[in-house]
Design a binder for this molecule. Structure first.
Ligand code: SF4
Ligand code: SF4
Ligand code: SF4
Ligand code: FES
Length: 957
């Protein structure tokens, strides 16, 4: 239950534009048609007692506490389930109603422990409140009869407790799990007096289908479902609104605090991206922020074989600056560079790229978006003119057909997946293009109309085949194309996709998808009403990643599915601030706002404000930096918030490049895998310790607010500023708001953005936000495309860069799961490990049997790049010929296997296709043995620097 969440109106808001008037307790009331009597009263400050109703859920009408009298009607209808009608005269307070309500409460309380004073939700319990509201003074039945007071607690979930003795069977949790989350994990088991909430088939929560999103905990009006941190720490004293630091959904939370300690993170009902919902990561997995592994002191060493030396901030910064200057003096100006993390705020990212361009004097800056969504930037820019998704998340509620390609939002973007599933349950059609049978293909009350289970690497073949059907069967929208697109480019493209080589029948061979399914999906997409495309890294992380993004834009334009609610092209961004880090100019070829470094007008604007001369040639991309390091020309790297050793492909190539460099400066909250190769370690700050903004997959800029002081003494932006000053390029910002003001002054799509404006507009703004769009832009390309006319581009299919052969006959594809996050640096340090404690290799039963592999066997995986060993998980989720793993644990070395093959346009690695062989083995790989030795040595170099055990919060592992 949410203590600090303001008014609960009891039932949902009606969206009707027809207004009706009625009278409640003598007050004249006007509300939209479809409003419940309960909500109509509450909107005018008249609060009807309630227990089973809450405004985030459909009304249910089970507790009978909200009864009212309506003139001319018999009996006492429940106000939560009775719609307000024009001319109604309602009384909410009469002696008879008071009598009934006291009777109802008496029954509840007679079967409820009377331990209010020691109850963890004392002061924040709706049952307690209602007992007071109805004036309950006595319980006539006594406590000796049958009751539930001795029922045992279910403590199996690491984050919340289910205390059945306190349950009033109001059904709110069951409805939250169904309506809000869409998991359907809970039921009411039994009837009448014996009925109780049950997870699955009377299982413990941890063994059930529950995904620990917390929606039921938020909905519970009593202490039955309660966060363990609340039980341990007590109720919060104050709260601040901030933004989740995990994924690109960008959920808004209230950080509920006691002093400087977080008691719990409660999803913000006013959050525009999440509307009061959350997933297990943002809701519960925040304990890493105070984990014992946090590194809080700056450290330096001259060689990576030396132990770390703890030093003052001044010494660390001066050492880092002197090393960078020494390297530039010896190897030239271009011998150093920096990496911007998509985990950091916009303001921090902006400062790092400014540091590189202005203080280092080159354009050697890149971001982790290189390895995830750089093809999105390229593909959407060349077709539509803007490197960003076109819609709000809410837009999906107007979609009639949803095409999900190369994405598993149920794992990667869970809060948005819940919303998408809600729309599908309402009747929207679903097409899933994915090599695996993910939760999006089939889950409770969800069944994809088409699952195009393609072979990894054949996205372009499928997109072309879909387009072939649309064009050859005349299912495209000529009017939209004529009005909005370059007609010449359309005609050329239409001719190209109509070629027989692009037909579903021709592509069946390479994609493995039956032609009839492709034809059916194409017809549905083109003719089923509003059609929206959602895609993820299963599209971008391929040798033809940019080609597929272009193909997706072609599909949307050809069918007129751009520029209004319910349609669009929507890249599901991986990390919290991928969109922002790209917007902030973190790529070597682009200044903030996607202006090319060769654009002399743009450069002049930045030079005038920054007081420096900027290079006009693009700098090095991440893979070029590694190659240059091996050639001896790139010798120094400033890496803020990135763990390239674990996240980038071909680990052995990455570590060899890092070993070749002379100064690596890592700024992070943990001594991550990359820091083990570093010479300077600068402690970073967690999202709870800083002010700034993140930009989510909807282009929504949301505030991140400091709820506790930085544990190391400085926010990340201050550290970058100190380094810049030590290098002789002055930066003197007093607060991140000043950095945003500078961004706004220099970036045409951000001119209306400021911290103040974000607050005025309810906590977030979708860019572009400028004079033409002072309240931001929810939907892009409404009247015309950003580039003017939409441009079709031919997308010839070439297949994956990685080819299978006799030696490497299987395709490895990688992805992630709900409970862990990317390199796992944060989630591995929480109880989320209870759901996923190791990376495993999924393999089809046929491939397993051929190789003599049994469930849980250790198996060696070998590719052209390297070898590693994991345990096998035999499953039909994966198709024959394909194996799959996650990459959340460094010791599993998934990226030891992935190769240097990459997207032709952007160098985004081809993580999704690696040719491998898999065999049973009895011992770790050579790489794993050497990793373990190196790791033990590095940990011993820093062991005494860890903060003392016991100082972490209870949600950390
Ligand atoms: S667990 Fe809470 S929300 Fe669920 S039925 Fe019991 S009291 Fe209601
Ligand atoms: S935590 Fe979420 S998934 Fe689990 S039972 Fe509650 S609502 Fe359902
Ligand atoms: S969906 Fe993403 S942003 Fe929302 S709580 Fe989960 S991880 Fe955080
Ligand atoms: S609140 Fe209306 S019946 Fe429970």
């Amino acid at each position: 239950m949410n203590q600090l969440n303001g008014i609960d109106y009891g039932t949902k808001k009606s969206t009707s534009e027809v207004m009706i008037s009625l009278e409640i307790d003598g007050v004249a009331i006007t509300v939209p048609q479809g409003t419940s009597v309960m909500r109509a009263a509450a909107e005018y400050g008249i609060n009807v007692p309630k227990l089973c109703a809450t405004d985030s859920l459909e009304s249910f009408g089970s507790c009978r506490l909200c009864l009212v009298e309506i003139e001319g009607r018999r009996g006492y209808p429940a106000s939560c389930t009775t719609p307000a009608e024009a001319g109604m005269k309602v009384k909410t307070q009469t002696p008879k109603l008071a009598d009934i309500r006291r009777g109802v409460m008496e029954l509840y309380i007679s079967d409820h422990p009377l331990d209010c004073l020691t109850c963890p939700t004392n002061g924040n319990c709706e049952l307690q409140d209602m007992a007071g509201v109805v004036g309950l003074r006595d319980v006539r039945y006594g406590y000796d009869g049958s009751n539930h007071l001795k029922l045992e607690k279910d403590e199996s979930n690491p984050y919340f407790t289910y205390d059945a003795s306190k349950c009033i069977v109001c059904n709110r949790c069951v409805r939250a799990c169904e309506e809000t989350q869409g998991t359907f994990a809970l039921t009411i088991d039994g009837r009448g007096f014996t009925s109780r909430v049950s997870a699955g088939q009377k299982e413990d929560f941890i063994d059930s289908e529950c995904v620990s999103c917390g929606a039921c905990v938020d909905a519970c009006p009593t202490a039955t479902l309660t966060e363990k941190t609340v039980i341990m720490m007590g109720q919060a004293e104050h709260s601040k609104v901030t933004t989740c630091a995990y994924c690109g959904v960008g959920c808004s939370f209230k950080a509920e605090m006691k002093g400087n300690e977080v008691v719990r993170m409660v999803p913000n009902p006013d959050g525009k991206a999440n509307q009061g919902h959350a997933c297990v990561k943002g809701r519960f997995a925040w304990g890493y922020a105070t984990h014992k592994d946090r590194m809080l002191k700056p450290m330096i060493r001259s060689k990576i074989t030396d132990p770390w030396k703890e030093v003052s901030w001044d010494e660390a910064i001066n050492y880092a600056a002197s090393e960078l200057k020494r390297i530039q003096a010896k190897y030239g100006k271009d011998s150093i560079g920096g990496l911007v993390s998509s985990r950091c705020t916009n303001e921090e990212g902006y400062l790092v790229q400014k540091l590189v361009r202005a203080a280092f004097g080159n354009n050697n800056v890149d971001t982790c978006a290189r390895v995830c969504h750089s093809p999105t930037g390229y593909g959407l820019k060349v077709t539509m003119g803007e490197s960003a998704g076109t819609q709000t998340f809410e837009s999906v509620m107007k979609s009639d057909v949803i095409l999900v390609i190369g994405a598993n939002p149920a794992s990667g973007h869970p809060v948005f997946a819940s919303q998408m599933k809600r729309r599908i349950r309402q009747g929207a059609k679903l097409i899933v293009v994915d090599p695996r049978t993910t939760e999006m293909v089939k889950s409770p009350h969800i069944q994809a109309d088409y699952h195009l289970k393609l072979k990894p690497g054949s996205n372009v073949a499928i997109v072309n085949a879909l387009a072939h059907v649309i064009i050859t069967e005349n299912l495209h929208k000529p009017d939209f194309i004529a009005a909005r697109c370059e007609v010449d480019s359309f005609e050329e493209w239409a001719e190209f996709v109509s070629l027989p080589e692009n037909s579903p029948e021709a592509m069946e061979e390479v994609s493995g998808v039956p032609a009839a399914d492709i034809r059916g999906a194409a017809r549905l997409f083109a003719t089923g009403g509003n059609a929206a495309i959602y895609y993820g890294l299963g599209v971008t992380e391929h040798a033809q990643g940019s080609t597929t993004v272009i193909g997706i834009a072609n599909l949307a334009m050809a069918t007129g599915n751009i520029g209004r609610d319910g349609v669009g092209v929507n890249p599901l961004r991986g990390q919290n601030n991928v969109q922002g880090s790209c917007d902030m100019g973190s790529f070597p070829h682009e200044l903030p706002g996607y202006r090319h470094v060769s654009d002399s007008v743009a450069r002049a604007e930045f030079e005038a404000v920054w007081g420096c001369t900027l290079e006009s040639e693009p700098g090095l991309r991440i893979p070029n930096m590694f190659d240059a390091a091996m050639d001896g020309t790139f010798m120094g790297l400033y890496c803020e918030g990135e763990d390239i050793v674990q996240s980038d492909p071909n680990t052995q190539h990455v570590t060899a490049a890092l070993e070749a460099m002379e100064c690596i400066i890592v700024q992070d909250i943990f001594l991550n895998e990359t820091a083990k190769y570093a010479h300077v370690f600068l402690p970073g700050s967690s999202f709870l310790e800083k002010d700034g903004t993140f930009t989510n997959a909807e282009r929504r800029i949301s505030r991140v607010r400091k709820v506790m002081p930085p544990k190391s003494g400085y926010g990340d932006w201050e550290v970058t500023q100190m380094l810049s000053n030590a290098l002789g390029y002055p930066m003197n910002y007093k607060h991140p708001r000043e950095i945003m003001d500078e961004i706004a002054a220099l970036t045409p799509t951000f001119t209306g953005v400021s911290f103040k404006r974000i607050d005025e507009l309810g906590g977030s703004i979708q860019w572009p936000c400028n004079a033409e769009a002072p309240e931001g832009t929810p939907t892009m390309h409404t009247e015309e495309f950003v580039r003017g006319k939409g441009r079709f581009i031919n997308t010839k299919y070439f297949g994956a860069g990685e080819k299978v052969n006799k030696k490497f006959p299987l395709i490895l594809t990688t992805g992630r799961i709900l409970s862990q996050y990317n390199v796992g640096a944060q989630t591995r340090r929480t109880f989320n490990n209870m759901w996923h404690s190791e990376d495993r290799l999924e393999i089809h039963p046929h491939d397993a049997e051929e190789r003599g592999i049994k469930q849980d066997d250790w198996v060696g995986i070998e590719s052209r790049a390297g070898q590693t060993v994991l345990r096998a998980d035999i499953t039909e989720r994966i198709q024959p010929g394909v194996v799959y793993t996650t990459f959340h644990f460094p010791e599993s070395g998934a990226n030891v296997i992935t190769t240097n093959s990459s997207d032709w346009a952007t160098n985004c690695p081809e993580y999704k296709v690696t040719a491998v062989q898999v065999m049973p083995v009895a011992q770790p790989s050579e790489w794993q043995r050497s990793y373990n030795r190196f790791n033990r040595e590095q940990e011993s170099f820093a062991a005494e620097k860890m903060i003392p055990r016991g100082s972490e919060l209870s949600t950390s592992k």
